[in-house]
Design a protein around this ligand. Sequence first.
Ligand code: NAP
Length: 279
Amino acid sequence: MKVVLIGYGNVGKEIEKVLLENNISVELIVKSSGIYSKHSKIDTNDNFANYLDAESELLISVPSRGDGSEMLDYYLKPLEIGACIVTCEKAVLAHHWGLVQKFRGQIRYSATVGGNSGILPAVSNYQGKIEEIKAVINGTLNYMSDAFANKRKESDIFRDVMTFGFTDPGSNSLQDVFQNELRDISYKTAILANHSNLYDKITPNDLSIEPYRDNTRCAVILNKQRITAGFLAFEDTSWFPTGVNNCLYVNGVKVAEGPGAGGRITAERMFKDLQELQD
Ligand SMILES: NC(=O)c1ccc[n+]([C@@H]2O[C@H](COP(=O)([O-])OP(=O)(O)OC[C@H]3O[C@@H](n4cnc5c(N)ncnc54)[C@H](OP(=O)(O)O)[C@@H]3O)[C@@H](O)[C@H]2O)c1
């Protein structure tokens, strides 16, 4: 097994630690500045496919951006030569679901929705026909909408979100946070919708994500008729998880709940995916 990390930020560094704890060493690290072996640069990153073969296992944690085209090559070439991929990056999967359909045996992505809360595995393992999925899939927006419901001041909410690292460190205002996190919701909703097999093929462009309004909570509801996502009005909010947790209800019954984000927990979920690929 030849382990290659693509992306070496919050999640990538934690993946390396989790692998080392399990006596697995990383052969190569691909950053935007080049390919590194034992932390020395050996090549430019556009040559990365030359270092791969069918025994390679790639762990991808590059930024989720735009329609995924910027990072698509990190998936296409490796999958075509028979390598395996574990990813937590969302834009490529959300916009190019055909990759998952074509290379199902070589790709795992359970960290893309719900961090380590096991939302996607719970959908796969559900016994029976899925009529409705109701989920909280963005911990930051869950935290924020709960704080708004409790009439906390905007400046305090923004301070918390930044101090606790719940969102992109580049955000300058709550509006930035909303914008980034609503894009995240559109990626995750598309992945969850496609993973559930309730629809033919959905991309974020097919979705309309409801912006924040007073007295709403951030959730996703999927049934055969429609997909509703973003800030929605609920009479009963008692089913929402606390803090930055995520949760999943199938046909009205809770089947998963847990932490939705964080470098370490994301890395741990990716390690579970890697083990599943090797079984
Ligand atoms: N953090 C979480 O809790 C969490 C949870 C679930 C999913 N995710 C997803 O995981 C991914 C990574 O998140 P993160 O928190 O680790 O972000 P991050 O800290 O910003 O790390 C991303 C890394 O990717 C590198 N990178 C950027 N462009 C690249 C390119 N073209 N080729 C190779 N490397 C490139 C960046 O560094 P250089 O430019 O220096 O190489 C950076 O170190 C995102 O897609 C995010 O949506 C994150």
